[in-house]
Design a binder for this molecule. Structure first.
Ligand code: PEP
Ligand code: MG
Length: 324
């Protein structure tokens, strides 16, 4: 099986009827980028920047961040480089920070909310990335944005970082802007935010957690955490359709993007791009290569009508039987 998959490395990633499907990788460090390049992935779809500081004794300053991100960008040699600003809090605990003890960390100070209350760290990251964008294409996305007011704040911060760089006679480049859609509020508020954005990426790990009100860190409640459920499917469909109405591409960076059982369904829903763990790239590529877009559209149509988990499972199962 591994040998058969290895043969796919140099194949172009297109569906059976020729639709190109970019498969990017979720990465946390340089070794992950080495792996994605070795497997001929299309680029980085999610750099989890907080992972770079999980074990750090102190927080990196702007210069250190600039060097680290520039290294990644140069390593990618022109392939897309999608960076998520630090998603600190809840399941992502950074040792160098004294995070407050909260009764419900997943509902507390995390993602963009943490950045909002600790703007200096956020600003140093924005400045570093604006400078890196001078050397190649950077896509920047923000975690846990629920509403347009949070996006307004981010855009104001970005603009003042640009002004500061200008004052200091440091160059900066254009950056494509996106949000990680990972709460039902973000999905249902998308129309207010899309005019300000260049892309969106659906974070199904948190989107599932917040849709089902089920803690992703608690294995004992996995029954309440199905990988795919009718409400999650409807939210995904809503995000894709809304973004497409604004002519924006939609990526997915949650675990669902790396689940080969969901590949045809996601293509049928209109997903433009997948971002997954590098180790799963070839499995998903195998699925893309055998998918026919018309059949995928029918699977999506049928799946959207399912009302129960077992119906939904059965609905995507025939796709898998061809190669399993
Ligand atoms: C997600 O929530 O789906 C996601 C990609 O981000 P993380 O798993 O890092 O929270
Ligand atoms: Mg998330």
């Amino acid at each position: 099986r591994q040998d058969a998959l290895a043969e796919l490395i140099d194949r172009e990633c297109v569906t059976r009827d020729g639709t190109p499907v970019p498969l990017l990788a979720n990465v946390g460090c340089k070794a992950d980028i080495d792996q994605l390049l070795a497997l001929n992935g299309a680029g980085v779809g999610l750099l989890r920047t907080e992972l770079m500081l999980l074990n750090a004794e102190q927080l990196p300053d702007e210069e250190e961040q600039y060097k680290a991100y520039l290294d990644c960008l140069l390593q990618l040699d022109g392939k897309p480089f999608t960076v998520r600003t630090m998603d600190i809090g809840a399941d992502k605990v950074v040792a160098a920070l004294k995070l407050p003890k909260e009764p419900n960390p997943a509902l507390g100070l995390r993602g963009i909310r943490y950045s909002y209350t600790h703007p200096d760290l956020f600003r140093s990251q924005l400045r570093a990335l604006l400078r890196v964008a001078n050397h190649g294409p950077v896509r920047l996305m923000f975690p846990m944005i629920n509403q347009v007011e949070e996006l307004d704040w981010v855009l104001t911060e970005l603009e003042s970082c640009r002004q500061l760089l200008l004052q200091n006679e440091q160059g900066y480049g254009e950056i494509a802007l996106g949000i990680v859609v990972e709460t039902p509020a973000a999905a249902l508020n998308l129309e207010s935010m899309l005019p300000e954005l260049d892309f969106i990426s659906i974070g199904t790990n948190d989107l599932t957690q917040y849709t089902m009100a089920a803690d992703r860190m608690q294995p004992e409640i996995t029954r309440a955490f199905p990988t795919l459920s009718p409400p999650l499917l409807r939210l995904i469909k809503h995000c894709i359709d809304a973004a497409h109405q604004y002519g924006l591409p939609v990526s997915m960076c949650g675990e669902l993007a790396g689940n080969p059982q969901a590949t045809a369904l996601l293509l049928g829903l209109g997903l433009d791009e997948f971002s997954l763990s590098p180790s799963g790239l070839l499995e998903v590529k195998a699925k893309v290569l055998e998918t026919d877009m018309e059949a995928a559209g029918l699977i999506a149509e049928k799946a959207l009508k399912c009302r129960r988990l077992d119906e939904l499972k059965a609905c995507i199962a025939p796709v898998n039987s061809t190669s399993d």
